[in-house]
Design a protein around this ligand. Structure first.
Ligand code: PMP
Length: 359
């Protein structure tokens, strides 16, 4: 008799599908908001050295203390305010594992990063969705504050993926003052926003505010899997107690430490991406029928008639991969395009112009 494994899965986990990054091998991949620029040479040399000198026979330091210390010094907080994770994703999951659960709710503001909702469901947490405006994707501050009054956790993204906008600090202030929820501000892309956009400095006076950051974007280390949370030491202590003890491996810790120590070397790369973003935004906005939203991140959201076909033709005829969101609620005919190098962006533009028959 056949054994039906699916029926034995814990009910809250039934029906989940493996994550599909919608990846097809292409010469130009602008689909996953990675940093496509080469690593600065000094950083590359430091990383090679770290990889060749780090012993693999010993277990990692569970809390990655050397890396925590470096991150803490950078952000002007104590080490006890920093937790490192196997990508931001692990920290997001652990936050829901800790602070979610039956009879608790997470408030999100879609369209936003889908994993918040997935992790909440896995952790049996109700998800309350406060949708952004269909016209300009602005947040509904009053509705968010109302929803947060009954919730354990709020997750907002600044800049938001995929809409590119920053969360107004006044909204975060209201959530902290007018509700009792924990507030996670996901700043995965904040290095690409104007200086001063990060709310990390607020953490020390606001024990319910938590900031998520990652080395996957500005630091061009998406493959390494290293993210970190800046929060009140009480939050960090809880996360320290429930985490997978060795989730951050020795190589990831050593490489991340080199990269964070060399953080100023990434500044020219980030500046170049921001300049390219503004150029690309102008060109995309001028395409026939296109609507473009301003972005403070390393990607742009654009609405183009027939987006799904445009994306397929970019991939199949021009070997350029972008992300199609036209299937997603609130994002009809939207493509999300990572800002690449100058050459990659040129290639994207000429491919788009060929498809849309623009001179
Ligand atoms: N938050 C947002 C908004 C993201 O877009 C991503 C990655 N795409 C993450 C968090 C997680 O990034 P990572 O796990 O690579 O650190």
């Amino acid at each position: 008799m056949a054994t039906d494994i699916a029926s034995r899965v814990r009910p809250s986990l039934a029906g989940f599908e493996p994550y599909d990054p919608a990846f097809s091998p292409c010469e130009v991949n602008l689909s996953a908001n990675e940093n496509t620029y080469p690593l600065p040479q000094d950083v590359r040399d430091g990383i090679v050295q770290a990889l060749t000198t780090t012993p693999l026979n010993r277990y990692p330091d569970p809390l990655a203390n050397e890396l925590r210390t470096e991150l803490a010094a950078w952000h002007g907080v104590g080490r006890e305010c920093v937790m490192v994770g196997n990508g931001g994703d692990e920290l997001l999951f652990n936050l829901l594992f800790c602070f979610g659960g039956p009879d608790r709710a997470l408030v999100v503001a879609p369209p936003c990063f889908e994993e918040y909702k997935n992790f909440a469901k896995m952790c049996e947490t109700e998800v309350v969705e406060v949708w952004r405006s269909e016209q300009d994707y602005s947040l509904d501050a009053d509705a968010l504050v109302d929803a947060a009054r009954g919730a354990s956790l709020v997750m907002l993204t600044s800049p938001n993926n995929p809409t590119g906008d920053l969360v107004e600090p006044t909204l975060v202030r209201r959530l902290l003052n007018e509700t009792d929820a924990l507030v996670l501000l996901d700043e995965a892309y904040v290095e690409f926003a104007p200086a001063g956009a990060s709310l990390v400095p607020w953490v020390k006076d606001n024990p319910r505010l938590m900031i998520l950051r990652t080395l996957s974007k500005a630091f061009a280390l998406a493959g390494l899997r290293c993210g970190y949370l800046i929060a009140d030491p009480q939050v960090i202590d809880v996360l320290a107690a429930i985490r997978q003890i060795y989730s951050e491996d020795v190589l990831a810790q050593a490489v991340a430490l080199r990269a964070v120590r060399s953080r100023t070397a990434f500044e020219p790369v980030v500046r170049a991406i921001v300049e390219e973003r503004e150029e690309l935004a102008k060109t995309l906005a001028a395409l026939p029928g296109a609507t473009l939203w301003p972005s403070s991140a390393n990607f742009l959201l654009v609405r183009i008639p027939g987006a799904a076909q445009v994306r397929a033709r970019l991939r199949d005829e021009h070997s350029v991969l972008v992300r199609d969101f036209s299937y997603a609620p609130g994002l009809s005919d939207c493509l999300r395009i990572t800002v690449g190098t100058h050459d990659e962006n040129e290639r994207l533009i000429s491919a788009l112009k060929a498809i849309l028959e623009v001179e």
